[in-house]
Design a protein around this ligand. Structure first.
Ligand SMILES: *[C@@H]1O[C@H](CO)[C@@H](O)[C@H](O)[C@H]1NC(C)=O
Ligand SMILES: *[C@@H]1O[C@H](CO)[C@@H](O)[C@H](O)[C@H]1NC(C)=O
Ligand SMILES: *[C@@H]1O[C@H](CO)[C@@H](O)[C@H](O)[C@H]1NC(C)=O
Length: 533
């Protein structure tokens, strides 16, 4: 009898424990494509912690599946067509990259202009599609009612698109951003003071030590960039914000109101800069220990002996390269005593060495964690750079577009990478880069140091991210961490009004002093005159 009541007590205690630990309700408005891959890591972890996750997706979503064991989905009937956009643009972008001659200033300038035009066009269409999706969602009164009724605790979104912020504001619940980019560019430039003297603007590939001329360029690129960003997003989001939130709401600051910004940045390879109390760094949150390789791959890797293996992949978006380029790469690989695993989907290069294995997919993380891996050839994409740092594998970079050149230039600045321009790539240049990273031990040592630094943290980045999402749910937001800065006009922010008033005061005081002096001077002077006469 006694025993059973005790076990009842335990049972009840356990139950109450469970219900207090049982999670909240999280509404996710993700960005489709490669960003979703990262968001999913976070969702899986939230699910494992007992939270209920709901994901909003477009009906023809590219990466986000409707059914999942870790979330329920809400599908908005909308033909997004994001995938088609990328399929059309990326080969064109690559073509321009390959044709520009990096030695000639004008060719580079012209190539860059064409790339910018294409990228802007791509993003313009992209934001147009997103804003139409948002309108579709807001117009569906039943859906919005049910979202209200579901009483979510927090909205989790990628501010690379505008929908999540609007959803959170509409439902009046806290907002957490999982961020690298916002609709107006790199998030830090919008949130924290960003002195251009030592903070290189996006895509400049500069470091925190800039020459005078570089600083001039940095300044100009920043101002042009901010202007350009507003021209791609304003026409799409401004009318939506005004329609659903009132004509007085300033669209440009509307998206800055998040409680917490989970930043996918890592100061291990990024330059130190001012930040804000509601910015939480979780760079490398997707990294995990490697698992063992499939048998055939393991056998191939082991066959490399002491030479080890080289791994190459240019990401999921770009499986193919022009035949001339892939033949140069194959020729360089064939010269190596190492074995090479190359993720490549185009036509098989005719000169492929017998040390090179072409695969259509490779377990990147598991290969990077393998003790025989010596070098990683990467475009600097979403996970590549972080995973290389995590496992301490030095890099040969072949950056293609977007922020890839920046990412790799940072690793190069830390001495852990060699970068090859794909437009000038030939077998000698590529082989030299490979040989340098393979046989000059400084690259490996530098990378291993970055790896040790990255792993030496009080809390794993993913746990950190989950902690702050739960923090926002527990406290129903985190307004005490939000800075007032973006609620101010630019002249108040820069204290121009104060400077103006103080300047006027100084001028006034000077004027009064001068007037008084002149007044006395005149009296004395007149007296002297009178005496003389
Ligand atoms: C691979 O190629 C090298 C040099 O071309 C040659 O010496 C070697 O015998 C080849 N190995 C095999 C297994 O074919
Ligand atoms: C650049 O690196 C960061 C950090 O690893 C990552 O979040 C971002 O997606 C990378 N850029 C691209 C274009 O993949
Ligand atoms: C190795 O690389 C570093 C950095 O690029 C360079 O300073 C050094 O001279 C190289 N060492 C050799 C032996 O080439």
């Amino acid at each position: 009898m006694k025993m059973s009541s005790l076990s009842w007590l335990v049972f009840i205690l356990l139950l109450s424990q469970l219900s207090s630990a049982s999670g909240g309700k999280i509404l996710v408005f993700p960005l489709d494509g490669s960003h979703w891959v990262n968001m999913k890591v976070l969702i899986e972890e939230l699910h494992a912690k007992g939270h209920q996750v709901t994901v909003v997706r477009a009906s023809d979503s590219w990466y986000i599946s409707e059914a999942s064991p870790v979330y329920t989905s809400i599908t908005i009937p909308y033909p997004g067509g994001f995938e088609d956009h990328f399929d059309v643009y990326l080969p064109q972008l690559l073509e321009i990259r390959l044709q520009s001659n990096p030695q000639s200033f004008w060719s580079r300038f012209w190539g860059q202009r064409q790339v910018d035009k294409l990228v802007l066009d791509l993003f313009f269409k992209f934001h147009k599609a997103v804003s139409e999706l948002v309108i579709q969602m807001f117009e569906d009164k039943n859906l919005m009612e049910s979202l209200h009724a579901a009483k979510y605790d927090v909205v989790l979104t990628d501010p690379g698109i505008g929908g999540g912020a609007m959803l959170a504001r509409w439902l009046q619940i806290p907002l957490v951003n999982n961020v690298r980019w916002t609709i107006q560019g790199e998030a830090h430039f919008l949130l924290a003071p960003s002195p251009l003297a030592y903070i290189p603007f996006t895509a400049t590939e500069f470091t925190d030590k800039m020459t005078f001329l570089q600083r001039v360029q940095n300044f100009l690129r920043y101002n042009a960039g901010m202007y350009v960003h507003s021209t791609i997003t304003e026409p799409h989001y401004k009318p939506v914000v005004q329609r659903y939130f009132g004509p007085d709401v300033d669209y440009s600051t509307f998206f800055l109101d998040a409680d917490i910004w989970l930043m996918r940045n890592d100061f291990i390879f990024e330059f130190p800069r001012p930040t804000m109390p509601n910015i939480v760094y979780m760079g490398g949150f997707q990294c995990k220990a490697s698992k063992s390789l499939p048998d055939d791959l393991e056998k191939f890797v082991q066959s490399s002996g002491d030479h080890g293996v080289v791994i190459m992949t240019l990401g999921t978006l770009l499986g193919k390269l022009p035949q001339v380029v892939s033949e140069e790469i194959a020729a360089a690989f064939a010269q190596l005593p190492q074995k090479v695993i190359w993720r490549y989907m185009g036509q098989r290069p005719s000169n492929l060495g017998n040390n090179t294995l072409l695969v259509s997919w490779l377990p990147q993380n598991d290969l990077l964690g393998h003790p025989k891996t010596r070098v990683f050839v990467t475009h600097g994409g979403t996970n590549g750079v972080q995973e290389a740092i995590y496992h301490g594998i030095p890099v040969v970079g072949l950056p293609l577009f977007f922020d890839q050149p920046d990412n790799l230039s940072r690793v190069r600045a830390k001495g852990a990478a060699v970068i090859v321009d794909i437009a000038t790539l030939n077998r000698q240049i590529f082989e030299e880069a490979l040989m340098a990273v393979l046989y000059n031990s400084t690259y490996r040592e530098k990378m291993q140091m970055l790896s040790r630094l990255h792993r030496d943290q009080p809390m794993k980045p993913l746990d950190q991210a989950v902690f702050w999402i739960e923090y926002v749910m527990r406290h129903k937001g985190a307004p005490h961490l939000r800075s007032q800065s973006h609620k101010m006009s630019w002249f108040v922010y820069n204290s121009l009004d104060v400077i103006a008033v103080l300047l006027i005061a100084v001028l006034l005081a000077t004027f009064i002093c001068v007037s008084i002096l002149r007044f006395f001077w005149r009296i004395i002077f007149r007296r002297e005159k009178v005496k003389h006469e």
